[in-house]
Structures are given as C-alpha cells and as structure tokens.
Ligand binder design. Structure first.
Ligand code: NAD
Length: 252
C-alpha cells in the first residue's frame, strides 16, 4: 500500500459517483482528507456513511460561483489546507447543432467548463499561499476528437484541455501543477444513461482493449497526477482509453 497522500487535503467534485468516487477511495486509502463535492445528496450521504471523518461532504453545484467559493472555504476551515483539486464533475449534452438549444449548450459549458474555471479560481490563491498544489481536471477524449451529436460536450472538454495548459503556464511559477486526464468510454452511470446496448457493443468492437474502462482505471491516473510522483508533469493530458484514440479508422 502506498502512502502518497498522507497529510494532504483534496477536493473531488462529482465525487459521489463514477470516476470521482473511485478517486476519493484512493485518496483516502493513501492518507488524505477529502472534500466530496456533488449535487447528489443521497450519494453524498453514502460517502459520509462509508468514510466518516475522513470526508467532508458538501452539496455543490460547480457552475455556481457562490457554491465553489464556499466549497474551498469550507475545506480549509475543516481540514486546514488544500493540496489537491480534482475538477471532475461533468454532464453530457446530445443533439446535432441545428437542433441544439442555446440554453442546453450553455448548461453543458456552465458545468463542464465554467466549473473547472471556478474551481481553479478559488483553489489557486489558497495553494499559492501554501507554497503549491496539484490540480487534475477530468477532460475527455471527446475534447481531442468529435463524438457524434455532442457539440457542446466536445467543445467544453476541449476548453478544459486548454484551460489545463493555461493554469500550468500561469501558475507553474507558484509551484502549482495542473494536468488533465482524458478518459475514453468508462462504465459509470453517466455512460450507461447516454448509450444504448448497440452503441456499447460497437464500443467493445472498436476499442483495441475490447471493452469499455472501469472508473478505477481513471482514478489511478488521477492519483498519479495528483501525487508528487508526477512532480515534473505539468500542463499535459493523459489519455486513458484502451487504445481508442490510437486508431486511424482504417478497416482491418
Ligand atoms: P457520473 O455521472 O458517474 O459522475 C458525475 C458526478 O458529477 C455525479 O455524482 C453528479 O451528481 C455530479 N454532478 C453533475 N453535475 C454536477 C454539478 N453541476 N455540480 C456538482 N456535481 C455535479 O459520471 P462519470 O462518468 O464518473 O463522470 C465524471 C467525469 O468524467 C465527467 O466530467 C465526465 O464528463 C468525464 N468523462 C466520463 C467518461 C465516461 O465514459 N464515463 C468519459 C470521458 C470523460
């Protein structure tokens, strides 16, 4: 068992489900105190029941500046510091552009892109004052390519990838590292809600690994980027997609 997060304090947004929940587990198992920030009250209660004093659970809408400011303040009040921010909360959005309502486009951007901006806005000053920190953003391979009829999601995740570089460039001198993980299809409630059995089968056929991923297979990447093991990694994105992005599309 490693002890990479002994004495560290982390925030995980969207931490009550899927990738965030798997990340919280690693952080806690390796010694961190964690703020689990999510909209899902039942999910938050389950995390509190499971982890007790090791977690602070807060209902947060990452698209609300007031909520995100309070999330950072409450974390510092409860645990005394902030070393790691995992900006992970996200939602999908599905429609071809001519059919997409502006309000639906904006909702995806508000959560998937503004949420990351707001997390960085309030965490950076705390980390800077402390002498450093590590921010890990959950982007997506959808930010590197184009998923069908997902314009808002693809564009918002591309924004997250470049925001990651911007934070690394602007705040590297403050000893703050910022990296992103780009998951491929991962077996979480978000994916299950979005896909039919036929599309899931098509993914299984297309992915060189022959299957979609598990949340734990992304959480291990997040933990590496959050930890001092990646001390010289800054401003980059790590793709974890079972080899899907390695394909050119040429038929076998
Ligand atoms: P999930 O649905 O299991 O978890 C997402 C969590 O975010 C939920 O607990 C939900 O309540 C929370 N959330 C949603 N909106 C929120 C808001 N406004 N404020 C706070 N919390 C909010 O999904 P997941 O697959 O674990 O997704 C986590 C991240 O991974 C997302 O950013 C998603 O875009 C990204 N991602 C997922 C996949 C995939 O295939 N599952 C692939 C690439 C990227």
């Amino acid at each position: 068992m490693k002890n990479r997060f002994e004495g560290k304090v982390a925030i995980v947004t969207g931490g009550a489900s899927g990738i965030g929940k798997a990340t919280v587990k690693i952080f806690i198992e390796e010694g961190a105190k964690v703020t689990v920030a999510d909209m899902d009250e039942a999910g938050l209660k389950a995390m509190k029941d499971q982890y007790g004093d090791a977690v602070l659970t807060i209902k947060v809408d990452v698209s609300s500046e007031e909520d995100v400011k309070k999330m950072v303040e409450d974390t510092v009040t409860a645990f005394g510091r902030l070393d790691i921010l995992h900006n992970n909360a996200g939602i999908g959005g599905f429609a071809l552009i001519p059919d997409m309502k502006l309000e639906d486009w904006r909702k995806v951007f508000a959560i998937d892109a503004d949420g990351v901006f707001l997390g960085c806005k309030y965490a950076i000053p705390v980390m800077k004052k402390q002498g450093g920190g590590s921010i890990v953003n959950t982007a997506s391979i959808s930010g590197l390519g184009a998923d069908y009829a997902m314009a808002s999601y693809n564009a918002a995740k591309a924004a997250v990838i470049n925001l990651t570089r911007i934070v690394a460039n602007d705040h590297g001198p403050d000893k703050i590292r910022c990296n992103a993980v780009c998951p491929g299809p991962i077996e979480t409630p978000l994916l299950k809600a979005a896909l039919t059995d036929d599309i899931l089968q098509a993914y299984h056929d297309a992915i060189p690994a022959g299957r979609v991923g598990k949340p734990e297979e992304i959480a291990t990447v997040v933990a590496f980027l959050a930890s001092d093991e990646s001390s010289y990694v800054n401003g980059t994105t790590i793709v974890a997609d079972g080899g899907l992005m390695a394909k050119t599309g040429q038929p076998p």
